[in-house]
Design a protein around this ligand. Sequence first.
Ligand code: ADP
Length: 163
Amino acid sequence: MVRAVYPGSFDPVTLGHLDVIRRAACLVDEVVIGVLVNRSKHPMFTAEERVEMLRECVKDLPNVKVQTFNGLTVDFARNSEAKIIIRGLRAVTDFESEMQIAQTNRIAEPGIDTMFFATSLQYAYLSSTIVKEMAFYGSDVAKFVPLNVAEKLRSKFAEQQNG
Ligand code: ADP
């Protein structure tokens, strides 16, 4: 049984994340998506909202689970009894920090390896931050996020404008 964890903020999940999740789900027995809760940067969506959006997006993938986690990714992986940490690599800019984290994690826990997925070309410049920026200005984000996420972004911004 090969289990992998896929940690991230997922604020919100994009088609780029989902592409990585689908590809990983074909290679390992189980993928546990970890939604990071304790972050100094303030996420737009609560951890519960991020989990809910993700669960809706992966409901057709029986070997993919979604949960929240606190603290270090390597501890999350160990507690989940996972041998693999999945990360996506977009541009070269991702590379340096991801390598640093992967090397540190491997020293901390030699039994756990990081597996990188090179982004699919059409999502190479896609990030949750860009999607939020576009949605904020009323731009259509349907090409970048699943429908349920696009709707949630719309209602979140409407909520903020009214509140
Ligand atoms: P974090 O704040 O931990 O980087 P993110 O939710 O932004 O969390 O990303 C989680 C993981 O998904 C990271 O490994 C990131 O590089 C990867 N990722 C984000 N966007 C894409 C994309 N468009 N294509 C492939 N991988 C991506």
